[in-house]
Design a protein around this ligand. Structure first.
Ligand SMILES: Nc1ncnc2c1ncn2[C@@H]1O[C@H](COP(=O)(O)OP(=O)(O)OP(=O)(O)O)[C@@H](O)[C@H]1O
Length: 244
């Protein structure tokens, strides 16, 4: 389980996360929504230890990410996919995927490659194992990025706006893969602007406003007509964001 308790993050004078509480149970798909600058990426970066907390505590399966040993264990349990693909340009898709399993998990090369090929098949890129990133489209690169994260066999997948650099067709390809992963029971924490997609795959929606987590509801309740004033206001904001 991922547990964030009273998490605060400060950049200089700006408090960008304010006493955020969040729990993600295995099997859940939790989507973080919110306006630009509300702190969504910062929260993801705090969960995977890329930012140090200014206050509060985050544990992943009981491992405190603010300690060195805890962070190592937490990073074994979770993998992050970012907006920009961050693939190594001088390595093939296959090598990008097998690198960490060989170096970190100490898997034999043949086993790591067999798993990587199975993952590439799963995302429709079986024929591109030997391609270099620059030979792949943005959507294909992002699918390799997802394979790279999955190759570490994480219990939790953290996804930070993984489609926002993609055109609509490529976005569709990536979202299809994520929907399949959700259906397979992969636990995901998902930052996205794809509201309809969030509605489709999430078990819960949380909403950040200026660093405060102001709504945390099961998806059906979040989108229900009688969801309450705060939720109606947020839905209005989201539908406006969709048109922009
Ligand atoms: N390294 C940093 N140094 C200073 N300020 C930062 C840093 N990273 C983020 N911020 C600030 O923290 C606030 C939250 O940023 P964050 O990227 O988490 O928002 P977001 O909700 O993910 O936005 P977007 O939807 O635009 O990606 C913003 O005001 C941003 O400018």
């Amino acid at each position: 389980m991922i547990v964030a308790e009273n998490v605060e993050k400060r950049f200089g004078d700006a408090l960008v996360l304010k006493r955020v509480n969040l729990r993600v149970e295995p099997g859940e798909v939790v989507t973080i929504l919110g306006a630009s600058g509300s702190g969504k990426s910062t929260l993801i970066r705090c969960i995977n230890g890329l930012e140090t907390l200014s206050g509060g505590k985050i544990t992943v399966d009981g491992h405190d990410v603010s300690t060195k040993a805890g962070l190592v264990a937490a990073r074994r349990a979770s993998a992050t996919v970012f907006q920009l693909f961050n693939l190594y340009p001088h390595m093939t898709a296959l090598r990008n995927i097998t690198l960490a399993p060989i170096e970190v998990l100490k898997l034999p090369k043949a086993e790591a490659e067999a798993r990587a090929r199975a993952l590439l098949d799963k995302v429709g890129l079986g024929a591109h194992a030997d391609a270099y990133p620059q030979q792949l489209s943005g959507g294909q690169r992002q699918r390799v990025g997802i394979c790279r994260a999955l190759a570490m066999q994480p219990r939790y997948l953290l996804l930070d706006e993984v489609t926002s650099a993609l055109d609509p067709e490529m976005t569709g390809d990536v979202l299809r893969i994520l929907a399949e992963l959700a259906a397979d029971g992969t636990t995901m924490v998902f930052v996205t602007h794809e509201i309809e997609f969030a509605r489709h795959i999430s078990s819960r929606i949380v909403f950040l406003e200026q660093g405060e987590l102001i709504v945390d509801l099961p998806t059906a309740q979040f989108f229900a007509e009688d969801g309450g004033l705060a939720v109606r206001r947020i839905r209005q904001f989201l539908s406006k964001m969709k048109k922009d």
